[in-house]
Design a protein around this ligand. Structure first.
Ligand code: NAD
Length: 413
């Protein structure tokens, strides 16, 4: 390839070198199978026409139907969707789900639309893409700016074209073929992985100090389950500010969850000191968990990190430059494609239940999630030990190896 490699290609190439992949196989695996951009025009509440751009990138289907979120955010563009679609291919492969990877989105700030406009926009997007998505080909799910309601509209509109097909999308409301435990799944998976990491090291998550960036869906459930397993979350930030426990005993998470619900964030929680986002990374803690935006750990912020362990709950939070700094400084990083795969794993459980017309209880979902995440962690850990590589490289070796092997077995005619 003649262009400079993107961030995701840097990680890809390191693993591809270990696997000895040919240049042709690399090209095949990096190029999306389909990359579409559609116009979504709707009537706005004030009578004017609103025109939005929708994206869907289907990256790879070698291992099964493609799976990936639908993001509504003003900064959604071709590059972001392509990168995230590729990450989904590796993520579903690491946890060994029978899926490939996709991603989609609409460049819009959903908070600027009325509920009616949001519904019309979602339905128009479905009209534009329904021919090439579906339970056997590409199954969207919620992501930033979308939720169970958006998935319900998606399913309803898709069914107008194709009949009863609840498995066409996951992350639906419980009343509409949704799955128990889906909302908490990513945070639960993050904590299962953190627990497993310390277990492998002959240590315990209980008693460890943690700094956490983000207190949305993933961050808040991560904090809840860390607290339940005895870890001490001593620093948390969100978009409006942050809090720090000056005594280092650990913030009372159940009370903070209640406080944040009523105060639109964590800032000002009783018994804490204010903390800026910049200072979050340099906290003197055992474990750092980015659970907000991508690109947070950079050549600038990485040298300030004092934690010896990082579990990436957010997608793509670490730049390759920061990753190198962590390797040099002896910081162990559990990569996003493994650490935050709990959400897509429970989405898979939803799809299986929809296709079999059954409903599993929440305890069964949680037990199945624990087994799946632990198995994935152990497989990645083993590769890291055998090949003496960081966990990120090990996860990419496992994932890319599985996708390349499936591609070869199926054959390219
Ligand atoms: P969310 O919108 O529910 O929460 C995002 C959180 O980040 C909020 O607390 C927000 O205040 C905070 N935040 C935003 N900007 C910030 C900033 N500049 N500094 C500090 N905090 C900031 O989103 P989410 O669903 O929790 O997703 C968080 C991350 O996890 C994203 O990277 C997402 O792609 C990834 N992820 C989410 C899921 C899922 O199931 N929701 C699954 C896999 C990965």
């Amino acid at each position: 390839m003649s262009h400079a490699p993107s961030k995701s290609e840097v990680y890809f190439n390191v693993a591809a070198d270990h696997l000895g992949l040919s240049p042709q196989m690399r090209t095949l695996l990096l190029m999306p199978e389909r990359d579409v951009k559609v116009q979504c025009a709707i009537r706005m509440d004030n009578g004017e026409i609103g025109t939005f751009v929708g994206f869907r990138v289907q990256h790879d289907s070698a291992r099964g139907p493609m799976k990936g979120g639908l993001r509504y955010h003003p900064e959604v563009d071709d590059d972001e969707v392509r990168t995230l679609a590729q990450l989904m291919t590796w993520k579903t492969a690491v946890v060994d789900l029978p899926y490939g990877g996709a991603k989609g989105g609409i460049a819009v700030d959903p908070r600027s639309l009325s509920k009616g406009e949001l519904e019309r926009l979602t339905r128009k997007f479905v009209d534009q893409i329904h021919d090439f998505v579906g339970p056997d080909s590409d199954i969207p799910a919620p992501d930033m700016g979308t939720n169970a309601q958006v998935m319900a509209w998606f399913m309803n509109q898709y069914q107008k074209h194709h009949g009863f097909q609840p498995a066409c999308v996951t992350g639906k409301p419980l009343e509409l073929h949704g799955c128990e435990g889906r909302e908490e799944a990513t945070g639960r998976g993050v904590v299962i992985i953190a627990d497993r990491l310390f277990h492998k090291l002959g240590q315990s998550l209980a008693g460890k100090t943690v700094a956490l960036q983000g207190f949305g869906n993933v961050g808040s459930f991560t904090a809840k389950f860390l607290y339940e397993r005895g870890a001490r979350v001593v620093a948390i930030t969100d978009v409006r500010g942050g809090v720090k426990d000056p005594l280092g005993r650990g913030i009372d998470i159940p009370q903070l969850l209640e406080y944040a619900r009523h105060n639109n964030g964590v800032q000002g929680f009783v018994g804490t000191e204010p903390l800026s986002n910049e200072d979050l990374f340099s906290q003197n803690v055992d474990l750092l968990i980015p659970a907000a935006l991508g690109g947070q750990l950079t050549a600038l912020t990485a040298p300030t990190v004092k934690a010896k362990y990082i579990v990436e709950a957010a997608n793509d939070p670490t730049t390759p430059e920061a990753d190198e700094i962590f390797a040099k400084n002896g910081v162990t990083v559990v990569p996003d494609i493994l650490a935050n795969a709990g959400g897509v794993t429970v989405s898979y459980f939803e799809w299986v239940q929809n296709r079999s017309v059954v409903h599993w209880p929440v305890d069964e979902i949680r037990a199945k999630l624990e087994i799946k995440m632990a198995a994935a962690f152990d497989a990645v850990w083993q590769i890291a030990q055998d090949k003496k590589v960081p966990l990120r490289t090990a996860a990419y070796i496992l994932a890319i190896g599985r996708v390349a092997h499936a591609t070869e077995l199926a054959g390219v005619s």
